[in-house]
Design a protein around this ligand. Structure first.
Ligand SMILES: Nc1ncnc2c1ncn2[C@@H]1O[C@H](COP(=O)(O)OP(=O)(O)OP(=O)(O)O)[C@@H](O)[C@H]1O
Length: 248
């Protein structure tokens, strides 16, 4: 299978702090790939470097066979979209859902906006009734659905998901995770997903990478993690720390 996304020797330095120290990974087309590791290990920085929000000082990022340059061209965002952790911060509260969805369409000069907006709202389980509501009138779960609709509206092939449900209540979390999984299957999307919750990662992802201090510790399949067939003590400790998961 071809790689949808590959990262080779990626370095990110903030002032003199090396947040990523030569990270490599390969995500296959249509795969859902997880990133785990304790807080500060560089998971978000990796997603942000892919989208151009964090400065890569060296390394190569390839998306659908195309090596990215220093800056992201407009076309990149039609291939890759990101969903952030906090649906309160990522959507302007005083904008209507319609305006939030129109914005990327206008930037990319897309003509069949009406159809895309209706499809996206249906797909995320909100429907037309939500189109002229303001973001501040929505619950956290509904906001995250709008954020997902906005990510889908340009019909990307890759979604980068940074803890997409950790700001939500447990019951809403499951609904949003199921929605993401449905959308992935329907649209044959590739996911690269960060979560601190190993149960979520093993539920959603086929393979995963464990990170620590800006480096790759090991890569595993979900079933290796579930079966505790891990090579590194760091991963064993992560498993131990998520005790609920260990008991399963
Ligand atoms: N813009 C920035 N300027 C300076 N340091 C930064 C910046 N962004 C991230 N860092 C640092 O880089 C390291 C990795 O941060 P990152 O957010 O990628 O970790 P993470 O694994 O996603 O953690 P969490 O699970 O808490 O979100 C941290 O030490 C963080 O303080």
């Amino acid at each position: 299978m071809t790689a949808a996304l590959s990262v080779e020797g990626l370095e990110v330095v903030f002032d003199r702090f090396r947040a990523l120290k030569g990270v490599s990974l390969e995500v296959r087309e249509g795969e859902s790939y997880g990133l785990v590791g304790e807080s500060g290990s560089g998971k978000s920085t990796l997603l942000r470097a892919i989208t151009g929000l964090a400065p890569a000082s060296s390394g190569t990022i390839t998306v659908n066979g195309k090596v990215l340059g220093k800056t992201r061209e407009k076309a990149f965002y039609r291939e890759v979209q990101m969903v952030f952790q906090d649906p309160y911060g990522s959507l302007h509260p005083r904008q209507t859902v319609d305006r939030l969805l129109q914005e990327p369409l206008a930037i990319h000069g897309i003509a069949d906006g009406e159809k895309r907006i209706e499809r996206a709202l249906d797909e995320v389980g909100l429907g037309k009734g939500f189109r002229f509501r303001y973001a501040h009138q929505l619950s956290g779960g509904q906001r995250q659905r709008v954020a997902i609709a906005r990510a889908l509206i340009l019909e990307p092939s890759i979604l980068l998901l940074d803890e997409p449900t950790s700001a939500l209540d447990a019951s809403v979390q499951a609904e949003v995770l199921n929605l993401l999984e449905e959308v992935r299957r329907r649209r044959k999307l590739t996911f690269l997903m960060v979560s601190h919750d190993l149960a979520i990662i093993t539920h959603m992802c086929e393979r995963l990478m464990v990170m620590q201090n800006g480096e790759v510790v090991e890569t595993l399949t979900a079933s290796q993690l579930i079966g505790h067939r891990v090579s590194e003590d760091y991963t064993r400790n992560l498993l131990r720390a998520s005790e609920g998961f260990v008991r399963v």
